[in-house]
Design a protein around this ligand. Structure first.
Ligand code: GRF
Length: 197
């Protein structure tokens, strides 16, 4: 199975996926990495791994439609079966969602449907979890549709929240769990336990 990973920043989730594919825990290949941020670590990491990578943005191509067309060309070129959004800070254009119907997944650092939706990303999520005095948070992997964080949930795992946690401490704990969980869940997708559409 050929995977495309989209990422905007650090790319530590991307790295976990690459490592899982390389050491055989995931029976698939990361064929291409796409980022809207030319300075993202995700692009640096993919260069280091010898994985083709592209900086693709609205600014570069002039409109959402033109960007989507270019992205679709790249996905086609690498015969992509599945798209994984690993910290991608943009909405995918509807033409991409339609073409890869049920084959686009996102990872979110909380137990959706709680703490999701527009504006709920990065540290905002963990700050909100602590403010709500939650005893547990977690990680959600879901299919992507045209609304933020509302597609079908395919897998969740819980992470404890402790009394003295700061958002930063909690973010680290959740991210560490993400790296293991991504490999487990993508492997379940690849071997058909979680069906592609
Ligand atoms: C993760 O917390 C993920 O849940 C969210 O974006 C973050 C990506 O982290 N969607 P990194 O850039 O892979 O380190």
């Amino acid at each position: 199975m050929n995977i495309a990973v989209f990422a905007s920043h650090g790319g530590s989730d991307l790295q976990a996926i690459i490592d899982g594919c390389r050491d055989g825990r995931i029976n698939a290949t990361v064929k291409v990495v796409i980022s809207n941020n030319r300075d993202s670590m995700a692009l640096v990491r993919s260069n280091g791994e010898g994985i083709p990578n592209y900086h693709m943005s609205v600014k570069k191509y002039g409109s959402e439609e033109a960007l989507a067309k270019e992205i679709l060309n790249v996905l086609n070129q690498y015969s992509i079966d599945m798209i994984f959004l690993a910290g991608y800070m943009r909405m995918l254009h509807i033409s991409i969602l339609e073409k890869y119907n049920n084959r686009v997944f996102n990872i979110h650092p909380a137990l959706l449907p709680k703490f999701g939706g527009k504006g709920m990303y990065g540290m905002n999520v963990h700050t909100a979890v602590i403010a709500a005095k939650e005893k547990e948070t977690g990680v959600t992997i879901h299919r992507v549709n045209a609304e933020y964080d509302s597609g079908e949930i395919v897998a969740q795992t819980k992470v404890n929240v402790y009394e003295n946690d700061t958002p930063e401490i909690l973010a680290d704990r959740v991210l560490e769990r993400e790296h293991e969980f991504l490999v487990e869940v993508i492997s379940d997708i690849v071997c058909g336990k979680i069906p592609l559409g």
